[in-house]
Design a protein around this ligand. Structure first.
Ligand SMILES: C[S@@+](CC[C@H](N)C(=O)[O-])C[C@H]1O[C@@H](n2cnc3c(N)ncnc32)[C@H](O)[C@@H]1O
Length: 193
């Protein structure tokens, strides 16, 4: 049943991406997120409550992936509000995420391209992931996308204390708990609460 659902969502997400973007390599970072991770999450986790942290203009159409579900977005930059979830967007630092939601609220949290792209200080990084741990449900899924640059000054996932509370999750379609894309040293790490 889950396989059928995943196939359905692969088709569903493909349609949305093709309508919005150009062709890309299968294992390029955006493709991995939009055509492998999100369809699998929709098909296998069927998340009802979703939080997407950090929203750029090229992600406005992500709202369509989660139509009919309770999608929240949060971004520190007020100018990004227009790319967020209509009526469910918060302008704040991810470090304060806990202030906005109840404990054990979300089924799925995505934080892609924020660690090292604004969320840089140790204290704020720890606070953000502590907050994320608090507001995600038991068995909820966290997907962390980040760039593993050698000269990065920020903490990497294995150095973040708050992430140790999670259990690394074996993400079947990418055959591991961490996946490195073909571009940008971009990695996705998967965790379950
Ligand atoms: C490089 S962009 C990439 C984000 C996007 N999710 C992606 O997949 O490419 C970083 C985004 O994160 C936001 N951001 C940076 N630091 C943040 C923080 N501490 N809390 C919340 N949002 C932050 C920025 O305003 C920007 O919209």
């Amino acid at each position: 049943m889950k396989i059928i659902k995943t196939c359905y969502y692969k088709f569903f997400c493909n349609k949305i991406v093709n309508k919005n973007l150009f062709e890309r390599e299968k294992y390029s970072d955006r493709n991995v997120l939009e055509l492998i991770i999100i369809p699998y999450v929709l098909g296998n986790f069927n998340p009802k409550k979703i939080l997407d942290i950090g929203r750029e203009d090229y992600e406005k159409f992500y709202n369509e992936f989660f139509s009919g579900r309770e999608l929240w977005t949060i971004d520190i930059d007020p100018k990004r509000k227009k790319y967020g979830s209509p009526g469910r967007h918060i302008i704040d630092d991810a470090a304060n995420v806990k202030n906005h939601f109840k404990t054990n609220y979300f089924d799925f949290i995505l934080i892609n391209g924020v660690l090292g792209w604004g969320l840089n200080q140790d204290e704020k990084i720890e606070k953000a992931f502590e907050g994320i741990y608090d507001i995600i449900k038991e068995k909820g899924l966290l997907v962390l996308g980040w760039n593993d640059f050698d000269d990065a000054k920020h903490r990497k996932p294995h150095e973040i204390k708050a992430l140790k509370k999670f259990t690394p999750y074996f993400f079947k379609p990418l055959k591991g708990t961490e996946f490195e894309c073909v571009n940008g040293h971009h990695k996705y790490n998967f965790y379950i609460k």
